[in-house]
Design a protein around this ligand. Structure first.
Ligand SMILES: O=C(O)CCC(=O)C(=O)O
Length: 269
């Protein structure tokens, strides 16, 4: 049996890390391999921080079975254990945060405004390619209640959101280059609903771009980036040809995001 090709599960119960597999023989092999991984970063991450062991847990986080490739859960994937842990604690993706009907009511309100705008292409200094955008302060009652739901999940009661919601429409071939939102315009939290198309948002450590994690943003999902993930990681929306999640292509099409942000920190009080 090829160990590296056979999945195993690690899980934590009452302060003990368990290894789960289908047969005693497999368990012996897995355990041997597990021990032999003792000094690698994944094992030490597990030992240092029991909460990072969530394999097959309720959120489906897992360590790859070859002890070398990546950490992932349903919507987050990272090769580096520390990056995984930071992103796991400071950002979150909720799949199906809104229903298909709610997606449609948002689109019905947004589309007439967007259609009046032309997509912007090929400006060398643009952080975003093939996009159009608008900001909205006033929304229909039904959409206001959707946006309030986002706020109640993303922001603390004492925090003050920016009054305008940012709507960004990216063509099938569009993408967003790595950047960090300016602290002059935005506080510690960014919350975005993704509409229409799946996409991959990459968060890379600003001071070491080889260390990154990917968020899978399915239509109708909500992502929230706070604190380290917002200040210490750049974020970028990958172009179609690079859009992969856990090695599988993510077919990109036109995507609209509806983004709410907190007021800049020095404006909060
Ligand atoms: O479209 C998104 O979800 C991200 C937008 C973004 O990166 C930005 O506006 O700074």
């Amino acid at each position: 049996m090829d160990f590296c090709r056979t999945p195993f599960l690690l899980f934590r119960f009452r302060n003990t890390t368990f290894l789960k597999s289908k047969s005693a023989d497999m368990k012996r092999k897995y355990f041997a391999r597990f021990i032999s991984c003792k000094n690698n970063r994944y094992f030490s991450a597990i030992q240092r921080d029991p909460s990072s062991v969530m394999v097959a847990g309720s959120d489906g986080a897992c360590m790859s079975s070859d002890c070398s490739s990546h950490w992932s859960d349903r919507f987050l994937s990272a090769e580096d254990a520390d990056v995984f842990r930071t992103l796991k604690s400071d950002c979150v993706v909720y799949g199906d945060f809104i229903s298909v009907e709610e997606e449609n009511t948002l689109l019905t309100e947004i589309e007439p405004y967007l259609k009046r705008l032309r997509y912007e292409h090929d400006h060398w200094d643009n952080a975003i390619h093939a996009y159009r955008e608008t900001e909205r302060k006033h929304w229909s009652e039904v959409n206001k209640s959707i946006l309030n739901r986002v706020k109640s999940v993303a922001f603390e009661q004492t925090e003050i959101p920016l009054p305008y919601t940012h709507v960004l429409d990216i063509e099938k071939d569009g993408y967003i280059k790595p950047h960090i939102d300016s602290v002059r315009f935005c506080g510690r939290t960014i919350a975005g609903l993704s509409l229409l198309s799946p996409s991959v948002l990459r968060l890379a450590l600003e001071n070491n771009k080889t260390k990154y994690g990917d968020l899978l943003l399915l239509p109708r999902s909500l992502y929230i980036m706070r604190d380290k993930s917002r200040y210490e990681f750049t974020h970028e929306l990958l172009p179609s040809e690079k859009s992969k999640f856990k090695g599988k292509p993510v077919l990109r099409d036109r995507r609209i995001s509806v983004i709410q942000r907190l007021k800049p920190d020095d404006e909060e009080k």
